[in-house]
Design a protein around this ligand. Structure first.
Ligand SMILES: NC(=O)c1ccc[n+]([C@@H]2O[C@H](COP(=O)([O-])OP(=O)(O)OC[C@H]3O[C@@H](n4cnc5c(N)ncnc54)[C@H](O)[C@@H]3O)[C@@H](O)[C@H]2O)c1
Length: 419
């Protein structure tokens, strides 16, 4: 048979597209775009940051003292009152023309509207997109709001962080997360957006209220529990000896505690900046606390809510045989002696369960719950039950009762457990 003239088929003609496999490919072309953005930023502890002889802040603003430069200072209101004149004098000395946006600190101000106001201040000064910087000076609230605004404005303008609280210096000021609260949800709207530089001057801590020093100490205790047994021992000695406020006074022990805490935190954050891995030891104390922090009335500070969460985690680890009775006691005692709450009446087992469900969504379908595996190490679990939460809550209430905190004594459930 000739190849040129095929013979007619002996069978009746079949429909042309009888099965889906016969369907023709849709016309079109496909491109795949892949890119990587390197991230690099410096974290410095610098004393005397506002001394005009110290070039660190000027350099971070891109100033050399010769060529006029401009920046937008986004500053916490209390910091503005206490340090505003010195910041202005410093920037003037370095020929930096400064524009100012003063924002209230404290959690209630951490809202979308504040971030929008910061972007409006950028428009008002006519911020140049690449060369002129935002300098955020304040606690975690102002840093998170200013960083969020910087990440949104023209899809990202450079910013510098100057944290002025203990919590800011060991945590909020050194990572890449920004955000604002929304509804009853902490940091529900946010971005990953690295600063160019973070400059920590421990001298700012001298004016921070005692309760806010203890608030920052909670996050230091977290780092000690999950990563650094030596830091834990150092904290026990400091808190029972010189007291938590000694961390604000400078000195070699305070420097050691703060620098160990920063180093531990950066060590955990660096390989996982965008949280691709959702098993994060630094999430310790941050499973139940987001639900508690905005519901408590009067409000709890971030670190206080983290402490109540950590106390539950200590009990959970103890009941799973991961933490000895002695170490569980040391952990709860350290938090209590530091002045942190261990329980809160809002924390019912129902709320714990609800918070865990929300954390499961945040952690993409699994609990990924960090628990201490001895002091200074963590392991992750995915099978916590309501009964365990209930038992953990009762355990903490009992221990808190024995330690005798004022809040715990007010708690009627605690009295029931204790009797
Ligand atoms: N982005 C992150 O990775 C990250 C990490 C941890 C916490 N956070 C966030 O940080 C926030 C808490 O930060 P915070 O504890 O610093 O609270 P904050 O920013 O509200 O500051 C606490 C109080 O101290 C005042 N203040 C600031 N510096 C001062 C100074 N030097 N002297 C006197 N008063 C001063 C503030 O006006 C405020 O009243 C929370 O919203 C939390 O979600 C963010």
């Amino acid at each position: 048979m000739s190849l040129a003239t095929p013979a007619p088929s002996p069978t009746p003609a079949a429909p042309v597209f009888a099965t889906p496999v016969d369907l023709p490919k849709p016309p079109g072309l496909t491109w795949r775009v892949q890119s990587r953005e390197p991230v690099g930023y410096d974290v410095h502890v610098v004393r005397g940051l506002l001394d005009p002889a110290n070039p660190a802040l000027a350099r971070a603003c891109g100033a050399d003292g010769q060529t006029p430069t401009r920046c937008l200072v986004v500053v916490d209101d209390k910091v503005h009152t206490l340090y505003g004149d010195r910041v202005r004098a410093y920037l003037d000395a370095w020929r930096v023309e400064s524009f100012w946006k003063v924002l209230p600190g404290d959690e209630a101000a951490k809202e979308l509207e504040s971030a929008v106001e910061v972007t409006e201040a950028m428009t008002a000064m006519g911020l140049l997109r690449r060369t002129e910087k935002i300098v955020a000076i304040g606690g975690g609230v102002v840093l998170d709001v200013a960083g969020f605004a910087a990440s949104l404005y023209r899809r990202g303008v450079p910013y510098v962080r100057v944290p002025t609280t203990l919590l800011g210096q060991i945590d909020a000021g050194i990572g890449v997360k920004t955000g604002v609260n929304h509804g009853t949800h902490k940091n529900r709207l946010g971005t990953y957006y690295a600063p160019e530089t973070a400059l920590m001057d421990p001298e700012f801590l001298a004016t921070v209220e005692p309760r806010h020093i203890v608030n920052g100490l909670a996050e230091i205790i977290k780092m000690a529990l999950v990563k650094d047994a030596t830091l834990f021992g150092l904290l026990e000695a400091t808190v029972t000896g010189a007291g938590p406020q000694s961390l604000a006074a400078g000195g070699p022990v305070a420097t050691e505690v703060i620098s160990r805490s920063i180093a531990g935190m950066l060590d955990e954050l660096e390989p996982n900046l965008w949280e691709q891995v959702l098993e994060r030891s630094v999430d310790y104390g941050h499973t139940f606390s987001p639900s508690l922090e905005l519901r408590a009335d009067p409000p709890l500070l971030h670190g206080e809510a983290v402490a109540v969460d950590m106390a539950i985690c200590v009990a959970l680890a103890h009941h799973r045989g991961l933490l000895s009775a002695e170490d569980a006691d040391r952990a709860l005692r350290l938090m209590h002696t530091a002045g942190l709450p261990l329980t809160h009446p809002v924390f019912t087992t129902d709320l714990l369960e609800e918070a865990l469900r929300d954390a499961v969504k945040h952690r993409d379908g699994l609990q990924r719950m960090p628990l201490t595996d001895g002091i200074g190490r963590v392991r992750f679990v995915n099978d916590l039950t309501r009964d365990e939460l209930d038992r953990a809550r009762a355990f903490v209430r009992q221990r808190a009762g024995a330690l005798g905190t004022a809040e715990d004594a007010k708690d009627t459930d605690l009295l029931a457990v204790a009797s």
